[in-house]
Ligand binder design. Structure first.
Ligand code: ADP
Length: 459
């Protein structure tokens, strides 16, 4: 059964039952009160009449039938009737409708009064009887139709009232049921959309239970949407990674294959052979380099890290050592300023990260340029800045260069032996150290790479 129907019936059915019960009890109560009052009044009236008739029997010489008749005629106009019995035989009646033959009412003793409600041919009477001092039975009957009419009127009125109240309440219950269930219905529709992969959902929020349910629902769909987008990004970037990787490996392999075919030719001079072999070696080294870098990129389990406190001077000495060939080759003025005490992390990876940045700075700078490696610290972090005065990086490229295999100038980068993995590795190393890498750059002015290592890192 639908919730709206349940709410509707839940309001209407108890209301109908309550109204019918209450009106029934009230009508019954009022009816029995009326009957009781009528009886009290009737008995008082009957005693008064009985006394008068007894006196008249004593004082008058006319027959008892005549006396009764004169009283009966007098009261008849007010809906009061007298019936008179002698020796069980009806002597006189002022209403022929009333038939008391074999009735308990006639079986009455002196000083005893019997009362009954009786119906004759659809008319209702309060009937009272007693035995007079002469042994005859006097019966008094009062028409009480008006009490029954009042009860019928009350019943009709209560039916009209109940129907009106139920109609009004039914309309209100319908509106309430609809108002309460509408948000749930909407939620159900949106759930259907959600199950089909449409996460663009916004339900009206509120303070009620349904409103906060809508809030949670919105939050959940937002979360699912983000997850979906993340998943899509991941799938895309994985695919991109595989495409780039296959391209990066395919290029040197094609070159190697070409030189091998040339070497197979018989007309190659010794000098040519040496040149071809050198090229084959260079391309093979490139593949080896890519392989090593890929290993590094996947080397990201914290358990594999050799985390320790390292004297910062040791790190910077190693950086200088690693980059000295390139620095000399390009006559770079490499200035390293050590203003920190120590690093906390894996020394091999930290040296690799800073050296990578210095190496990139050398490739981006003109021969004879200056490159600064600056370092400083605050209470939370240790910072390293690698500043060059090279060609700079455009805004749109700044975000992309950290992606694996991305290179701004492919030909130039390839000439330097890069496969676009250096900055991806740096980013990965910084993540392993729960640190950060930021880039600021301006075309033609130079670039600054910021490394931020958290100090209180206890892995
Ligand atoms: P690669 O190994 O090819 O150098 P990286 O990931 O280290 O790859 O760098 C990606 C690209 O970012 C490089 O090809 C280069 O174009 C650009 N880049 C990196 N560092 C700098 C820099 N200091 N100045 C200008 N361009 C840079």
């Amino acid at each position: 059964m639908k919730l709206s129907l349940k709410i509707f019936l839940g309001i209407c059915i108890p209301l109908i039952i309550a109204l019918v019960l209450i009106s029934n009890i009230l009508i019954r109560k009022s009816f029995s009160n009326d009957i009781r009052d009528e009886k009290i009044r009737g008995i008082q009236e009957f005693h008064f009449m009985e006394e008068n008739i007894e006196n008249a029997f004593w004082q008058s010489t006319v027959s008892s039938e005549v006396i009764i008749k004169s009283y009966a005629d007098y009261y008849k106009e007010n809906g009061l009737y007298l019936i008179y019995y002698e020796n069980g035989r009806e002597i006189y009646t002022s209403n022929t409708l009333i038939d008391l033959e074999d009735s308990e009412l006639l079986n009455v003793s002196e000083n005893d009064v019997k009362t009954q409600n009786k119906t004759f041919k659809g008319e209702h009477f309060l009937v009272i009887s007693t035995m007079l001092s002469n042994g005859s039975v006097l019966v008094y009957a009062r028409n009480i139709d008006s009490i029954y009419h009042i009860r019928t009127d009350l019943m009709n009125l209560s039916i009209i009232l109940i129907v009106s109240i139920v109609v009004i309440v039914a309309v209100i219950a319908y509106i309430i049921a609809k108002t309460l269930t509408n948000p749930l219905r909407k939620m159900q529709t949106e759930m259907g959309k959600l199950s089909k992969g449409n996460f663009d959902i916004h339900l009206k929020e509120g303070r009620s239970e349904v409103g906060s349910l809508a809030k949670s629902f919105n939050k959940m769909s937002e979360e699912l949407k983000n997850r979906d987008e993340e998943l899509l990004d991941l799938v895309n970037s994985k695919q991109e990674f595989i495409d780039n990787l296959s391209h990066e490996i395919n290029t040197p392999l094609t070159t190697i294959l070409g030189y091998t075919e040339l070497l197979e030719r018989a007309d190659c001079t010794e000098e040519q052979k040496i040149r071809f072999l050198e090229s084959i070696k260079k391309e093979t080294l490139r593949i080896k380099n890519i392989h090593q870098n890929l290993l590094l990129l996947s080397y990201k389990k914290n358990a594999d890290l050799e985390m320790k406190r390292i004297d910062s001077q040791e790190i910077f000495d190693n950086v200088r050592d690693t980059t000295k060939v390139k620095v000399a080759e390009h006559q770079i003025d490499l200035v390293i300023t050590n203003r920190i005490k120590e690093f906390y992390g894996d020394p091999t990876l930290i040296v690799m990260c800073i050296s990578n940045l210095v190496s990139n700075a050398i490739h981006a700078s003109k021969d004879g340029s200056k490159i600064i490696v600056d370092s400083y610290e605050d209470s939370k972090n240790v910072y390293v800045k690698v500043i060059d005065e090279g060609q700079g990086i455009s805004k749109e490229n700044i975000e992309k260069i950290v992606e694996p295999f991305y290179r701004v100038d492919k030909a130039r980068s390839r000439k330097n032996g890069g496969a676009g993995l250096g900055l991806a590795i740096c980013t990965s190393i910084m993540k392993m150290h729960h640190g950060n890498m930021k880039i600021e750059s301006e075309i033609g002015v130079g670039s600054t790479f910021y490394l931020e290592f958290p100090k209180n890192l206890q892995l």
